[in-house]
Design a protein around this ligand. Structure first.
Ligand code: HEM
Length: 358
């Protein structure tokens, strides 16, 4: 019996649906559908526009100082992660202190991130790279908001300050920024790189040797007691005060921090860097970071490296926080630009060179 028209219509509709589905899948994979992805170059161009373009330097945290030291792991971190670097032992550390902002010669008296970047290396060459700020939270939680924040806070050339006509609508559309503003308004701005607590801010997924996974944020807590800069007279601070203080302090002896791993409680927000974890948490003392020597970027090993926080050892992985992937591509774009431009002289290196020439 010849097939009816109806019998032909059914497979034709099915084939049509499959073709549509494939076309949609292709469009999604190509980034034509779904949430618009922002590439690293766009993020870095927004940073350049905000801070003024400073070729040769990091597009954020441009002013820095290298250091070397060691991490002595207690072994307690093995309860959360199978990472070799959390097993009891001593591991070499390369690090970099920096201040937020894209101007490598800006003064130190600014209410900006005081920051540390670390690379811990295991005997088999495995690495754990981190970049941390002195605040437990970040102003925004996703990449479009980060780019919008750069645009909204770009100084107006006429006043040197953000244009209120652009900033006000941004703040209104981003109520999450308020938590960070409140934190900065009340927090102590450390008067030394050595007495700041440095926070991972983003959560990471730790997996132990039995395969159990937990979400963790961490912080490096200083041995040196916290003291603050005088917020009312930041302008009066000598240009390289914080960096020189660290050079002088290290000549007198090492600085130390305890690494605390903080495990998320059920219900903690783990995909938004704008939200702090409140109340008691299981906290593990994972070891001590000891800084023993500092070097200007010209002679240290921290300048020509990308402290991409997604370079992680086995046993530590990414959480669902979208900032992590964004950071990786932005750091990479910044690194590629500055690597192609060649390095420039650092603030503290210029100072030391002048002093030794005298
Ligand atoms: C979407 C969010 C973020 C973007 C787009 C971003 C962007 C950047 C860029 C472009 C650099 C320069 C990288 C290089 O040239 O090597 C940088 C450096 C840095 N960032 Fe971020 N960042 C973000 C979030 C964060 C967060 C949440 C933290 C703190 C937990 C942080 C801490 C740092 C530190 C410490 C450095 C300096 C690293 C070094 O010394 O090499 N950033 N950031």
């Amino acid at each position: 019996m010849p097939p009816t028209r109806r019998a032909f219509a059914a497979p034709a509709a099915l084939i049509g649906a499959i073709v549509l589905l494939l076309a949609a899948a292709f469009a999604w994979a190509a980034g034509w559908l779904g949430p618009k992805r922002i590439d690293g170059g766009t993020i870095v161009t927004a940073l350049d526009a905000n801070g003024g373009r400073h070729p040769h330097y990091r597009r954020a945290h441009a002013k820095g100082l290298c250091f070397t030291g060691a991490f002595d792991a207690t072994g307690n971190g093995a309860a959360l992660s199978e990472a070799v670097l959390l097993r009891r032992g001593r591991y070499p550390v390369l690090g970099r202190f920096s201040l937020g902002g894209g101007n490598p010669l800006a003064g130190d008296g600014r209410p900006v991130f005081h920051a540390i970047a670390l690379r811990l290396t295991a005997p088999d060459g495995e690495e754990w790279r981190m970049a941390m700020d002195h605040t437990p939270i970040f102003p925004v939680a996703d990449v479009p908001s980060f780019v919008a924040l750069q645009r909204a806070t770009t100084p107006d050339p006429r006043t040197g300050k953000p244009d209120p006509a652009i900033l006000a609508p941004f703040i209104a559309a981003h109520p999450e920024v308020k938590a960070f503003q409140d934190y900065m308004a009340h927090a102590v701005l450390p008067n030394s790189f050595a007495n700041a607590t440095y926070y991972s801010i983003n959560a990471f997924r730790f997996t132990d040797s039995a395969g159990a996974a937990r979400l963790v944020r961490w912080r490096f807590v200083p041995e040196a007691p916290l003291a603050g800069l005088d917020l009312a007279h930041l302008d009066a601070l000598p240009r390289d005060y914080l960096f020189r203080e660290m050079v002088a302090r290290t000549a007198r002896g090492p600085s130390r921090w305890r690494l605390e791993l903080v495990v998320a409680n059920p219900g903690d927000v783990t995909d938004k860097a704008t939200v702090a974890w409140q109340g008691p948490h299981r906290t593990i003392d994972a070891g001590t970071l000891t800084l023993s020597a500092v070097q200007p970027e010209e002679t240290g090993a921290c300048r020509d490296i990308n402290f991409d926080p997604t370079i992680l050892p086995r046993g530590i992985g990414l959480s669902d926080d979208p900032l992590l992937a964004a950071r990786s591509k932005a750091y990479s774009s910044s690194f590629n630009r500055r690597a192609a431009e060649g390095p420039g002289p650092s603030a503290i290196g210029q100072d030391l060179a002048k002093e030794t020439a005298r």
